[in-house]
Design a protein around this ligand. Structure first.
Ligand code: TRP
Length: 453
């Protein structure tokens, strides 16, 4: 059976959909804190260098595999592999996306619950209250699972409508809203009394903080933030057209992702500085520290505080949704094409799998301790195995595959759109992908496992 493949209809659609995958909770809860703690503008400069050295070449490599393959990730790797088992990179990418989809949906569900809670005004209270609220909620056996299920059903609804009228349309609508909300929140936060201290924390350059470890952190964050190593970029690239300029698109996506991460910092730190709270990173930042910070910061005008909190959780939910769409699409495309079924059936299989994974992850956070192994919850195991092991393996092997194995004429054809573009940076790209990227990923891997500090 020949399946008619969908594709993206416009350049803007391509950039927004792929940036939607890249812009996620990591931009809000990881990047700003990392930057603030590790040298401010000095860190941001290093981060930008990492985007050029690892991020853009890494993206390009996945784009090349996907656009050449014009199929799901497993088949795309297979097409370039000349009968050798490189397709396992694709399988590993798909497995990784599916597991991430499971636990990302749990956190996305929390965002939705918090959105609801801020609408009905349940989040107002002191620090202790907000902390207890989060603890009670995230450990509850039923509610977080239900919110996660709602979220994944919304994702499925978008994905089922197809690449162009589902994913592309949703991204073109949601990404501008996300950007506008973010800008409004940045302005509101920077206008608070004492906001300057927060801005200074984020931006004041301090080059003395740039150790080897910090540089590896920056590399790791560049890798994660651009959604490398999950087959998402490869799958989306299979919907690009033959006119898509891969290098320009990668550059634009990386630029958007970085701007949004810096803006997230300008949203968080000024408000936190204004109420004298020192923010941290990870889930506790957005579910414990910030709800309270926004309320306190705008306590003189409670209605503004109410709106700001609400906007903040809408923003997070949108960021999570566009990332979930890309994760869902990876596995949906795989099932649809490899099992010759309809998109609808494929999407339902993926959703069901996600709900099972997500439910176990959610329950492992406190509702039961049978899901804790060697002192680590199932949630945290999945996070660890995918984030620190599978992602780097997929990223590393993709670079080796493109740099050392695939015929460079094919790579050049994809890079230059079969000679249409000049391909000025082609040799630089090949150099990076052959030597620099694999080495960088290896170092990140060792650093994250604690072998290099
Ligand atoms: N880039 C996302 C973020 O910054 C997280 C992420 C990593 C991701 N890999 C992904 C999202 C794959 C979607 C698909 O939060």
């Amino acid at each position: 059976m020949k399946i008619e493949r969908g594709n993206f209809g416009s350049k803007v659609g391509i950039v927004l959909a792929t940036a939607g995958s890249a812009v996620g909770l990591g931009n809000v809860w990881r990047f700003p804190y990392m930057a603030g703690e590790n040298g401010g503008a000095a860190f941001i400069l290093i981060y930008i260098a990492c985007i050029f050295i690892l991020g853009i070449p890494g993206m390009l490599s996945e784009f090349i595999v996907g656009r050449h393959g014009q199929a799901n990730a497993a088949r795309s790797y297979d097409k370039l592999s000349g009968g050798k088992p490189w397709k396992f990179i694709g399988y590993l990418g798909i497995l990784t996306s599916t597991i991430i989809l499971g636990f990302y949906a749990v956190v996305a569900g929390w965002c939705l619950q918090y959105l609801f809670a801020s609408i009905v005004g349940q989040l107002s209270g002191d620090v202790q209250y907000v902390k207890a609220y989060f603890q009670d909620f995230s450990c509850h056996p039923v509610y977080p699972v239900l919110w996660g299920v709602y979220f994944i059903l919304v994702t499925q609804w978008v994905v089922m409508r197809g690449v162009r009228s589902g994913i592309e349309r949703a991204s073109k609508f949601l990404m501008p809203i996300l950007l506008i909300l973010l800008l409004v929140l940045v302005v509101a936060s920077c206008m608070l009394p004492g906001a300057v201290d927060g801005i200074r924390f984020l931006l004041k350059p301090d080059f003395s903080k740039l150790s080897g470890g910090v540089m590896l952190e920056a590399l790791g964050q560049a890798f994660f933030s651009l959604s490398l190593g999950t087959a998402c970029l490869c799958t989306y690239a299979s919907y690009f057209t033959k006119y898509t300029n891969l290098l320009n698109s990668a550059g634009q996506i990386a630029l958007l992702d970085t701007i949004i991460a810096v803006l997230a910092g300008l949203m968080i730190f000024p408000a936190a500085a204004s109420v004298g709270v020192s923010p941290d990173s990870g889930p506790s930042l957005i579910f414990i520290t910030l709800p309270n910070v926004f309320q306190q910061a705008f306590s003189a005008a409670p209605f503004v505080g109410y709106i700001v909190s609400l906007m903040f959780f809408v923003l997070l939910s949108l960021a999570a949704l566009t990332s979930l769409m890309s994760l869902h699409e990876v596995a949906t495309a795989f099932f649809e094409e490899e099992f010759h079924t309809t998109r609808k059936h494929a999407a339902i299989v993926v959703t069901t799998t996600t709900i099972v994974i997500g439910a176990f992850c959610s329950l492992s956070l406190g509702a039961t301790d049978t899901l804790t192994f060697f002192g680590r919850s199932l949630f945290s195991w999945f996070d660890f195995i995918t984030g620190q092991i599978f992602l780097p393996i997929v990223g590393f092997l993709t670079c080796i595959f493109i740099g050392w194995y695939v015929d460079h004429q094919i790579v050049r054809d994809e890079f230059t759109n079969w000679g249409e573009l000049r391909g000025r940076f082609f040799h630089l790209y090949i150099f990076l992908v052959k030597y620099v990227c694999p080495l960088a990923i290896l170092l990140i891997f060792l650093h994250q496992l604690g072998a290099l500090n």
